[in-house]
Each structure stands twice: as C-alpha cells, then as structure tokens.
Design a protein around this ligand. Structure first.
Ligand code: HEM
Length: 496
C-alpha cells in the first residue's frame, strides 16, 4: 500500500470511528430515565466488552437474578431488552402482542432484504405476507398426506446413504441438512435436488455459516455502519455476501418458474405467489418480486438448519442414553413393526416418542433467545419504557432451564413429561421451542412432522453407537442464531 492510499485508508477509519462515537453518545442521552434496569456498562461501548468471551446464556441468567424478568443491556447505540420467565414472556408477547410483534429496523440482514419477506418485515405488510405464506404452505402440504409421502421418499434416499457407510464412523451433518432442505425445496420450488448437486451443497452450507456469523457479528448488528470499516473483523461482509449468494440462487429459481408458469397447474409456493401477482391490480401490494424472493429465502433458511440441528441433538442424546434408545425402538416395533416406514397415523400411539422429542426440544434448546423482536415505537410495559429502536429478546432459555418448571433441568429425562398412565402430563406446554405469540414459528407443524418421520425411521433401521466406546459425542454447544452441537461422528449399525 503506498503512502497516499495508507493516509486515505486511515482517514476513512478515523472518520467512521468519530461519527460512531458522536452517534453513540447522543443516542444514549436520549433514553428515558425509566428504561428497564440493567448493568451500567462503559461509556460509548456500553456492555459490549461483557459479552466478548463469556457464555451469553450464562450471563443472561446471572443478569436475570440481579435485575429481574425484564432488564436492559446497552450495546453500542442500541438498547437491548431481555424478557425472561413464563409470566413476563406471556404478558409481553401474547397480552401486549400489538406492541411486541415487530422486528427491529437495525438488523443487517433485514436491511439487506429491505424488511420484506416473513421473517424481517413488520406491521400490516408482515401480517399479510405471513397469512399468505401460512395458507399457501397448508395448500401445498402442511399436515397433508401428499407431503408425508414426499418426506418418506426423502427419508428412503437419506437412509440409503447412511446404510452405505456400513456402520463405520460417519458425520451425518451434511446429509441431514440436505435431506431436510430438500423438503422445503419441494414445497417452494416443486422438486428435490440431488445430494451430489454441487450448487445445492454450497447453498446449504451457506445457511449454516450465516446462522453462525449472525451471532458472531451480533454486537456489530447493532452498529451496521461497522461494515464500512476496512477488513471484516465482525464478519458482516461475509454475512452479506453469503446472503447475496443465497438470494441469487432463489432468484434463478423464480425466473425459471416465471418462464414455465401455468395458472391451471400451480406446482408450488412460487407459482402460488406468481398467480396472485398476475391477479393483483392494487398498487399497495405485498405481491412484489422482492417479497417473493425474501419469503422463499426465509422458508428455505429457517426451515433447514433448525430441524437438521434438532436431529443431530436427538442422536447425541440417543447415544448417551442406551436405555432410552431401546425403549423408543420397542415402541416402534410394537406400533409400526419392521415391514413399512413409520407414518403420521402412528404418532398418537407413541407417547414415549412424544416425551423423548419434547425433552430434545428442551435440552437441545436450539433457539434459546428466539429471533430478536424490535420496538418500532416507545413501549410502556410493567411501569417501564422500552424506547423506540430497542431490540427485544424473548429469553426462551429462561423457561427451558427453569428448575421450578423442570426438576433437575440439566438431566436428560423424557419421563418428566409422562404421567402415571404413560401419556403426556401437560408439562410439555412450557417447552416453548417455537417461541410464542403472533410471531410464533410458522414451520412448527412441518418441523414436528419431519422430526417424527425422520427419527422413528432412523431408529427403526439403525442402532446408534459412539465413534468408539470411550468417545461419546460432546453435549456442549456452540451458540449462533441457532444453538448447535459440536461436530461429531457416530456409527449407525443396521438392524433390519
Ligand atoms: C425444530 C425446528 C424449528 C424451530 C425450533 C424453530 C424455531 C423458531 C423460532 C424460535 C422462531 C422465532 C419466533 C419469534 O420471532 O419469536 C421462528 C421463526 C420462523 N420460523 Fe421456525 N423453527 C423451526 C423450524 C422451521 C421450519 C421447518 C420452517 C419452514 C417452514 C420455519 C420457518 C420460520 C419462519 C418463516 C419464521 C419467521 C416467522 C415470523 O417472523 O413471523 N421454522 N422459528
């Protein structure tokens, strides 16, 4: 780098830093006196240093003990309000849903997608998009027999690849992500993609990376202008580039659909949207191109890594608990047998599976801080003010690990959900894995269906063992937007 470039590089850095400092100080002076209580933090950066190396969930647990169910944390120019415990969560996200159901306008990914789609939009635009998405997903299979047979078709291909490993140590991560992604592909694009398709492999790997980067750049998300700094210390540039690659892949699919569109033969979610677009004459409409692309990206991204991560947690707990694995297999043998794949009709006769999966939801705790909501106006709550522009975190972890709700919460124990009659005892209602209120996950029924069919089919065909008897997979987690397990290999030994 020559002297002139070096000087201009430094001048840009200094200017950005000065602008940031001015913004930070002036913004924090505007907060009202009765914002929710919380640590004072340092001038300008607020509590950012507190989160640098610690376990975020552990820090949030300690802050709750100190400041109560509703507290605030200052990070850069933004105030983050954390809501914990069943009562406060229900009061905010259900009773005061009109105030608490928006998304923040500050998120980098939200800005990139201009706050369109299902996951990043707010207000009326979000309500209409979500309603359209839900009804279309129902039409294209949620809870229907046709979708069930598509899932079973995918499972057959998936089991075959696992069987090819002949019980030798294998990391099932990539295969599981592609198999789950293929189901949402069938619904949105009308077809599945082959596991050997290089583009498909690349795109699905970007989902996982973005989930991870979203949290690494967490503090920087509160200061989106940091992406203009030279280099990519906060991984924001990588996050944005990955999102653009995913967007280009989806736009290509939409173009192909537009070229072959037939009103009389709608194949999938994209066709249903294009059909509305053709009909819709109003100017103020949700049926615009960008909304279609972002909605598809939301379904594709949110519908892949979440369910695949749950399957990986389930297998870890199966390997750690041989007795639980045996009980599940016995239930499958009695209800389904070995001559056919499990089907949804079997589910109501399998309470032990229901208890097991509920415990995986609780201990896997894959979205412990849900997806942040945002205050689009000043919100008055429990005598405090949550100022406009604050990030609001539904702290689901506070419920999943609450010893008053779940005795000995660190123990993996499906039986805690079963009554004396062997049926579910009602405690499952507090396992809020899909969040709560109006923004509750729209893929819940699909995820539950996938998990039932995948896990029971896996257990019907294989016994899961550790890589070697002295090397159980770790139950430690890595927290990104989703709380994932560490990488591990296991042996799937064929039974039938
Ligand atoms: C085990 C699997 C899953 C879990 C634990 C999960 C969990 C969540 C959570 C915690 C949220 C945030 C809710 C909030 O803002 O408070 C969410 C939102 C969302 N999920 Fe899921 N999810 C799963 C599977 C799926 C699937 C399969 C789909 C695809 C259809 C999906 C699509 C979405 C979408 C589009 C949103 C945004 C909803 C909105 O903003 O209105 N999810 N999910």
């Amino acid at each position: 780098m020559d002297l002139i470039s070096l000087l201009s590089f430094n001048a840009v850095t200094v200017t950005v830093v000065v602008i940031l400092l001015v913004l930070l100080v002036s913004r924090s002076l505007q907060w009202p006196a009765n914002v929710p209580p919380g640590p004072v933090g340092y001038p300008v950066v607020g509590c950012m240093p507190m989160f640098r190396n610690g376990n975020l969930l552990e820090i949030f647990r300690k802050l709750r003990v100190q400041y109560g169910d509703v507290y605030s944390v200052k990070i850069g120019i933004s105030l983050t309000v954390v809501i914990s415990g069943v009562d406060a969560l229900k009061e905010a996200f259900i009773k005061h849903a009109d105030d608490f159901s928006d998304r923040s306008r500050a998120s980098v990914t939200g800005n990139l997608f201009k706050h369109r789609g299902i996951g990043f939009s707010s207000g009326e635009y979000w309500k209409h998009t979500r309603t359209f998405a839900l009804s279309t997903l129902r039409n294209f299979g949620f809870g229907r027999k046709t979708l069930e047979s598509k899932v079973q078709e995918e499972i057959t291909a998936y089991l075959d690849v696992i069987e090819e490993q002949k019980g030798s140590p294998y990391d099932m991560k990539e295969m599981t992500v592609m198999a789950i992604s293929n189901i949402i592909c069938s619904i949105t694009f009308g077809n599945r993609l082959d596991y050997t398709n290089a583009k498909f492999k690349k795109i699905t790997s970007l989902f996982a990376e973005n989930f991870r980067l979203n949290s690494l750049g967490g503090a920087a998300q509160a200061l989106p202008c940091l992406r203009h700094l030279p280099g990519d210390m906060f991984h924001l540039k990588k996050l944005i580039q990955n999102s653009k690659d995913i967007r280009d892949f989806v736009i290509e699919q939409i173009k192909e659909h537009r070229n072959s569109f037939d009103e009389e033969n709608q194949r999938d979610f994209i066709d249903a949207f294009l059909s509305q677009q053709n009909k819709d004459g109003e100017e103020d409409t949700i049926f615009e191109d960008l909304n279609l692309a972002v909605s598809v990206i939301n379904l594709f991204v949110a519908g892949t890594d979440t369910t695949a991560t749950m399957i990986r947690w389930a297998i870890i707990y199966l390997i750690h608990n041989k007795d639980i694995q045996d009980k599940l297999r016995l239930e499958i043998e009695i209800v389904v047998g070995t001559s056919r794949l499990p089907s949804l009709a079997d589910k109501s006769s399998m309470p032990y599976y229901e208890a097991f999966i509920t415990e995986v939801f609780r201990m896997g705790n894959i979205a412990p801080l849900s997806v942040p909501h945002g205050a689009l106006k000043d919100i008055h709550f429990r005598g405090m003010v949550i100022p406009k522009g604050s990030l609001i975190i539904p702290n689901l972890d506070s419920v999943m690990t609450d010893p008053d709700l779940f005795e000995d919460p660190d123990k993996f124990d499906p039986e805690r959900f079963l009554g004396e009659d062997g049926q579910m005892n009602g405690k499952e209602r507090n396992v809020m894995a899909f969040s709560l209120g109006r923004r509750i996950c729209i893929g819940e029924s699909l995820a539950r269906m996938e998990l039932f069919l995948f896990l029971t089919s896996l257990l019907q065909r294989f016994r899961f063992l550790p890589e070697n008897p002295d090397k159980l997979p770790s139950t430690e987690s890595i927290l990104g937007l989703v709380r994932v397990s560490k990488d591990y290999r296991c042996r799937a030994v064929k039974l039938i």
